[in-house]
Ligand binder design. Structure first.
Ligand code: ZN
Length: 257
């Protein structure tokens, strides 16, 4: 499993603080902390959500501020806001500019068990998840498993994720075929049922793995890589990076007042 570099902005008041954060990340990977800038940079193959949770167990807020060299992010939601998640993509470090990407995410509010995960061709949510088009399929191939050869899967076939009894699916894997560049502006969708990888008897097994309804989705947007995000405080509306996570991206509820 390739290692990714993940950068967090962490509230740290001094060396004692930084030492606690460092200790919390003992088993995670290589850790570099810069106290004045509040930057914690971790090289690890652990899901970013788990690293963030470890830092926050020390009692500090941590906001992910950079992910890999070239990266993208999708906020995944359903219409009722019952399903919510964040999926991050970064170029694999060994092959940063050609192909390969790490997919690292967490989605809450699912029914326990397996759900299909696919990149879709469009980024148009004018009609919710239904207007996102088909599975991303630039080579005009059949539907399949991400482990299949290049001509026996759609590029967008990412296989299944598994939600635990609490409804949370946490996942991190590398896909050899996809690149971060080609998926920006497209979308990611999580489905009702498990993907059968085209091996089932259902009519649409070779189209979408018979994985059922589109439960939740999100548009894939470019995001900051390591050391690209210098934002500390957004002067325009007084929302600091610490609050960012709990604020809508735009609209009337954005201001911290
Ligand atoms: Zn497919």
């Amino acid at each position: 499993m390739p290692v990714s570099t993940v950068e967090f902005a962490v509230q740290m008041s001094g060396p004692g603080c930084a030492e606690k954060v460092k200790q919390s990340l003992n088993s995670v990977g290589t850790v570099n902390i810069d106290i004045p800038s509040g930057r914690v940079v971790v090289d690890s193959d652990m899901p970013w959500i788990e690293i963030q949770e470890k830092i926050e167990e020390t009692g500090r807020r941590a906001v992910l501020s950079g992910f890999g060299e070239k990266s993208a992010v999708a906020i995944v939601k359903d219409v009722d806001d019952k399903i919510k998640g964040v999926v991050r993509f970064s170029s694999t470090p060994d092959d940063a500019h050609t192909s390969g990407c790490v997919v690292d995410g967490v989605i809450d509010g699912l029914t326990p068990g397996q759900h299909g995960l696919h990149i879709h061709e469009c980024g148009d949510i004018s009609n919710g998840c239904e207007s996102l088009g088909k599975h991303y399929n630039p080579r005009n191939t059949r539907h399949g498993s991400p482990d299949n050869s290049i001509d026996q899967r759609h590029a967008g076939d990412l296989g299944n994720i598994e939600a635990d009894n609490g409804g949370r699916a946490k996942f991190r894997f590398a896909d050899k075929l996809l690149t971060v560049n080609e998926i920006i502006g497209r979308s990611i969708v999580v489905t009702e049922r498990a993907d059968d990888f085209g091996l089932g008897n259902a009519e649409n097994s070779l189209i979408d793995g018979d994985s059922g309804k589109r439960l939740a989705c999100g548009i894939i947007a470019r995001s900051a890589g390591i050391f690209q995000n210098f934002k500390k405080i957004c002067a325009c509306d007084g929302v600091t990076i610490w609050d960012e996570r709990d604020k809508p991206v735009a609209g009337g509820n954005r201001s911290s007042q």
